[in-house]
Design a protein around this ligand. Structure first.
Ligand code: OGA
Ligand code: ZN
Length: 377
């Protein structure tokens, strides 16, 4: 271990005729570094400490080999056949970028799936705390990152404040609904959200490409009766579907579903995408579910019944009381969801002049802010 308690290199060797450098770490982990990876990432190939890469991998020879590698006082020294001077690597950099399975797993986002039990301890902070206290902001953003959902209490019930909350970590994503949008029951609504009707659990705007990644809803005035909010972890539901009905899960990852939103003469937004979208490793990346904007399918007639069976099975899981968390927004409450993962809905309402304001934002600024707050950048 070094002075900071991090694992340090305890042994080093050149293997595979110079194609690999193997490092044994003080905590027992061992990592293999391909020569081309080290050559491309050698410190001299970057401009300054935070700098961008100065070189292009194209400039390397077809076959890169290491002549010698040694642990020295200043770090790990690697001599490449193709460069005259050896390169000096920071052991912390090597550990942070090691390619063995344990090191790679440690770098992955700690996503936590949840179900109705989250309702007993809904993650929440206050607006005052996240505005002045970096630790509170880090906790709140950390919940959004891990759980895809968090509440914020005591947000001043002043129109426009939802944008100030976005400003704590990033930038508003403006859409045809505006920089922010008012969610209230109006006379001639374009969108069922702007009525007093209940809304089934849904992700917003699946007709956009890309979908808005984060959604915030701020309660300026609560309903007299009803209007309760519901959230559900779409990734947890997809995970259950994968376990309980693998063929249905598979079908929903492979079927393009057309979504559409039209305001005559103003917008005609369309995007076709699977209800469950996977990443390259087969993990769930995005869930889309919105009964209001799903369009007629455009698939082979023979495939339609099986699609509906899978779609309905997924929909039942997304509304299963053992999976959902319900709560009532009071004046000054705000909730944020990762709209690629967590669905939201509301019960119908009556009485009072219920008024929410919503805004969208992208998630890259949020995760960037989290890293800065954690001092990891
Ligand atoms: C929305 C929405 C929920 C609510 O505006 O996207 O889902 O509680 N609103 O009004
Ligand atoms: Zn919505």
């Amino acid at each position: 271990m070094d002075a900071r308690g991090a694992a340090s290199p305890a042994g080093i060797g050149v293997e595979d005729g110079g194609a690999t450098v193997a490092i044994a770490w003080s905590d027992g982990r061992s990592s293999r570094f391909p020569a081309i990876f080290l050559a491309d990432n050698r410190p001299e190939a970057r401009h300054g400490l935070d700098g961008q890469r100065l070189t292009d991998a194209l400039e390397l020879p077809d076959i890169v080999t290491v002549r010698e590698a040694a642990i020295v006082a200043a770090g790990v020294e690697v001599a490449f056949s193709c460069f005259a001077a050896p390169s000096l690597f920071d052991p912390a950099w090597l550990r942070d970028h090691a390619l063995d399975p344990a090191s790679r797993a440690a770098r992955r986002c700690a996503r936590q799936l949840w179900d109705a039990a989250l309702g007993t301890s809904i993650p929440a902070e206050t607006y005052d705390a996240v505005s002045v206290d970096a630790a509170a902001l880090a906790r709140w953003l950390g919940c959004v990152d891990r759980l895809g959902f968090a509440l914020l209490h005591d947000v001043p019930a002043v129109p426009g404040t939802v944008c100030a909350v976005v400003g704590l970590f990033g930038y508003v994503r403006e859409t045809n609904y505006g920089r922010l949008f008012d969610v209230e029951s109006v006379e001639r609504p374009h969108n069922l959200a702007f009525t007093a009707l209940g809304l089934g659990n849904h992700t917003d705007n699946p007709y956009r490409d890309p979908v808005p990644q984060l959604q915030l809803l701020h309660c300026l005035e609560a309903a007299g009766e009803g209007g309760e909010s519901v959230v559900v972890d779409g990734f947890a539901a997809a995970d259950r579907l994968r376990r309980e009905a693998p063929a249905a899960f598979d079908l929903l990852t492979r079927t393009l579903v057309p979504f559409r939103y039209v305001e005559t003469g103003a917008v005609d937004l369309r995007h076709a995408a699977p209800l469950i979208e996977l990443d390259v490793a087969g993990g769930v990346k995005t869930v889309r579910y919105n009964n209001r904007s799903i369009g007629p399918l455009d698939i082979d007639a023979d495939d339609v019944p099986a699609f509906y069976a899978a779609y309905r099975q997924f929909g039942r899981l997304l509304h299963d009381p053992t999976m959902t968390v319900g709560f009532r927004l009071r004046q000054g409450d705000l909730f944020i969801v990762d709209n690629r993962r967590v669905l939201h809905g509301r019960r119908g309402f009556a009485g009072g002049r219920r008024h929410l304001q919503g805004a969208y934002a992208d998630a890259d600024s949020l995760t960037s802010k989290l890293r800065i707050l954690a001092g990891r950048a």
